[in-house]
Design a protein around this ligand. Structure first.
Ligand SMILES: Cc1cc2nc3c(=O)[nH]c(=O)nc-3n(C[C@H](O)[C@H](O)[C@H](O)COP(=O)(O)O)c2cc1C
Length: 195
């Protein structure tokens, strides 16, 4: 895919990429996308994150096998989807696992997620601007305990996603979204109609 400078074009061409070319990802490019991530916002600017970067093939394969179990569980009996079903995390040159520190009560909730997903989006947009592909995947959470064990993720951290990163197998067109008007409510919702 071509790099993109124009920011509105960037939003429109941000796609879920699940298949990869053999082109390696340099340390410099990796550093740029991680730098973008850590400029994301977080509650009170607490920056409660770590980014686990997996390049080791054996580790990728262990994570990938668990992810495939999660996919099989999630989609059993569902309509086949080629892009989704044939994805193999181990094929991606890099896997990034964004981690977020869980609050003192040990329960991660909406606000915990709100301090990591903006960083993920920064990372993915930066990657796309450089001509790389990513996909935010959260299905791994169905095998969270096993994946945390493989990655030796310490207590007190949640894995918000697994984001494979690499140069895509092909060119991807713009994303398809419904018109923006469908999603906007001005001022407040209309009063319910009297019955
Ligand atoms: C919260 C969230 C969780 C997602 N989890 C997965 C996942 O586990 N596996 C996967 O392949 N894609 C996952 N996706 C990617 C979505 O399927 C993708 O963003 C959506 O279909 C739009 O794709 P497009 O931007 O190419 O149109 C997830 C996306 C979001 C926002």
């Amino acid at each position: 895919m071509e790099p993109i400078d124009d920011v509105m074009q960037l939003f429109r061409h941000q796609r879920a990429v699940r298949a990869w070319s053999d082109r390696p990802v340099s340390d410099d490019v990796l550093r740029q996308v991680l730098e973008a991530a850590i400029h994301g916002p977080s509650g009170s600017n607490s920056q409660p994150w770590r980014f686990l970067v997996i390049r080791d093939q054996a580790v990728k394969e262990q994570v990938s096998a668990l992810y495939e179990e999660a996919m099989a569980e999630q989609y059993q009996g569902a309509e086949p989807d080629r892009a989704r079903d044939r994805q193999t995390l181990a094929d991606a040159p890099v896997l990034i696992v964004p981690l977020v520190r869980v609050p003192g009560n040990g329960r991660a909730g909406f606000q915990t997620g709100a301090s990591i997903y903006p960083a993920c989006q920064n990372l993915m947009l930066a990657a796309r601007s450089l001509g790389l592909g990513t996909v935010l995947s959260t299905l791994h959470r169905l095998r969270k305990a096993q994946i945390h064990e493989v990655l030796r993720i310490p207590e007190g951290w949640e894995s918000a996603a697994i984001i494979p990163l690499g140069y895509p197998d092909r060119n991807y067109g713009p994303n398809k979204r419904r018109p923006v008007e469908e999603f906007i409510v001005y001022d407040r919702f209309p009063e319910p109609e009297a019955s």
